[in-house]
Design a protein around this ligand. Structure first.
Ligand SMILES: [Zn+2]
Ligand SMILES: [Zn+2]
Length: 328
């Protein structure tokens, strides 16, 4: 099968012809229809996440049809449409798994990082971690829901029940979480790179009450903020924009160092927390909610062979919404 392969961090992906994976007993083999491109893919590519499987097929926002099932598979049958997310396997036995926090599992494996992912014609995935995909969405439209949507949803829930929410970094996750927050009656304030009028306009078009640069303060203090941009200097900025008792949620898997800041920014029961990975329950809740909002994803499609271009454009922030690789 055709695949885009990472041989070593720091190198470009290479187009290769590799053997099609054979599904293990509890796996489905998915014929990939679309796979969205996530900032985490850049962190793996750049070596900011350590010890990836190598060589590696990136991609953890996979939508496709089941081609073949392993001997013990019970949830899916050939031709079912499924989504494969970042959380690819958990032990089911550790203290985290047994307390509803499988996102923190001691031995968790991750699609497109420690397991091969979806920058390929086929991907094998443990059926217990796959989700059925609603017929309301095409493969391309559904793909960004699998990480940008899911992590955005978990971040929103970690923010508590804010009436006003700041979102720092307005890419794939932000454009989806804005729609969910608006659906729940939350006022959204979007913070983009300084002078990025196009992203600010995009945020307003999705219902943001205000949009400005990350160097600006919102017109009113925020009840909570979510930071999707991987820039640690946004943490004190977001705290400065947040009201007493507010929470700043770091939604990314990697961030540059957070500069020191005066205690006054944290005082009055402000909190800073992070969101790591997802649980299957997050996925079930969010994928049921998305068509009811309804969440509409804005996508730019690329051919599988153009994955390096998609990654470069994501790095440069040169499109709205999410990049999605499409298999032909
Ligand atoms: Zn576990
Ligand atoms: Zn992701």
């Amino acid at each position: 099968m055709r695949a885009m392969v990472l041989n070593a961090p720091g190198e470009a992906l290479r187009a290769a012809d590799v053997p099609r994976p054979a599904p293990a007993a509890d796996q489905v083999l998915v014929r990939v229809g679309a796979c969205a491109v996530c900032r985490t893919d850049l962190h793996v590519l750049d070596g900011e996440l350590s010890h990836p499987k190598l060589p590696l097929i990136l991609g953890h926002e996979i939508v496709g049809r089941v081609e073949e099932v392993g001997s013990a598979v019970t949830r899916f049958a050939p031709d079912d449409r499924v989504g494969v997310p970042w959380l690819g396997w958990t032990c089911g036995k550790c203290a985290y798994c047994l307390s509803g926090r499988e996102n923190l599992c001691d031995q968790a494996r991750f699609t497109g990082y420690t397991l091969d992912g979806g920058y390929a014609e086929y991907a094998a995935a443990d059926e217990r971690f796959c989700f059925p995909i609603s017929g309301d969405y095409s493969d391309v439209a559904a793909a960004p829901l699998l990480c940008a949507g899911l992590i955005g949803y978990r971040s929103l829930r970690r923010a508590g029940a804010p009436r006003s929410l700041g979102i720092y970094g307005f890419g794939g996750a932000a454009h989806i979480v804005t729609q969910v927050a608006r659906h729940e009656g939350v006022r959204v304030y979007a913070f983009t790179r300084k002078g990025d009028r196009a992203s600010q306009e995009f945020a307003r078009s999705l219902g943001a009450a205000w949009a400005g640069g990350t160097d600006e303060l919102p017109p009113d203090p925020l009840d909570a903020a979510i930071i999707f941009a991987p820039a640690g200097d946004l943490v004190p900025k977001a705290l400065a924009a947040t009201a007493r008792g507010g929470c700043v949620v770091c939604g990314g898997i990697h961030m540059s160092d957070i500069p020191s800041f005066p205690y006054g920014l944290l005082w009055e029961e402000r909190t800073v927390c992070s969101v790591a990975n997802l649980t299957r329950r997050d996925g079930e809740e969010f994928l049921a909610l998305a068509p009811r909002v309804p969440v509409r994803t804005e996508t730019r499609t690329f051919r599988l062979e153009d994955a390096n271009t998609a990654l470069a454009q994501l790095r440069a922030g040169s499109f709205r919404g999410s990049a999605v690789l499409v298999m032909d």
